[in-house]
Design a protein around this ligand. Structure first.
Ligand SMILES: CC(C)(COP(=O)(O)OP(=O)(O)OC[C@H]1O[C@@H](n2cnc3c(N)ncnc32)[C@H](O)[C@@H]1OP(=O)(O)O)[C@@H](O)C(=O)NCCC(=O)NCCS
Length: 166
């Protein structure tokens, strides 16, 4: 009998699922990229929502967080997009970005912004995001402020994209 693999992308809905997201993020941004010396946790974590990509309901392959702007609650920020090293280049990153955009559309957010690492700008552009302003340095790395196009697709009419695990 062959075991069925199942993949699920969903909002973290327990302390344990949020903790799993924070652990994976730390692995990528602190241990792998060394963008932060000790911790990538920040003041936005407590009010963030986390979208997680699970394999077989137990293995966390990727995660992304979104949180509302402090000044303008109709603006949301996406960030800390991280896919586990062993699961890259299978479309999980793209799927997480699209899942975050869909969630923002569902919440009728006015603007959805992200500080994107320079090497990922093309990827976001392919997904309909646009550059806002010039490149800048954040945590020692070139970044670009980018904005999602929330209005091209009507979320309710949008065909759900199928994730095919490879
Ligand atoms: C960036 C990241 C989230 C991408 O996740 P992923 O699941 O590997 O991405 P996908 O498989 O969805 O690939 C998306 C596209 O980007 C391309 N891509 C992704 N990583 C790439 C790399 N390192 N070099 C070249 N191309 C890359 C893929 O080829 C793919 O292009 P395609 O649509 O033309 O095939 C992942 O590499 C990661 O966690 N990196 C470390 C943390 C980071 O940089 N986070 C983002 C901060 S803005």
């Amino acid at each position: 009998m062959t075991a069925m693999r199942s993949y699920e992308f969903r909002l973290a809905n327990s302390k344990e699922e949020v903790a799993a997201a924070l652990t994976l993020r730390r692995q990528v941004f602190v241990e792998e990229q060394r963008m932060f010396a000790l911790s990538d946790a920040d003041e936005y974590d407590p009010e963030s929502i986390y979208i997680n990509a699970w394999k077989n309901d137990s293995l966390l392959m990727g995660t992304v967080r979104c949180y509302p702007d402090q000044q303008d609650r109709s603006v949301w920020w996406g960030g800390r997009l991280a896919v586990h090293e062993n699961y890259r280049l299978r479309g999980i990153g793209v799927y997480l970005i699209e899942a975050a955009v869909s969630e923002m559309q569902r919440r009728s957010v006015r603007r959805f912004l992200a500080q994107v690492q320079q090497q990922n700008v093309k990827l976001f552009e392919k997904l309909g995001w646009s550059k806002v302003g010039e490149q800048f340095i954040s945590y020692g790395q070139p970044h670009q402020l980018m904005e999602a196009n929330l209005h091209v697709f009507d979320a309710s009419n949008r065909k759900q994209r199928q994730f095919i695990g490879r």
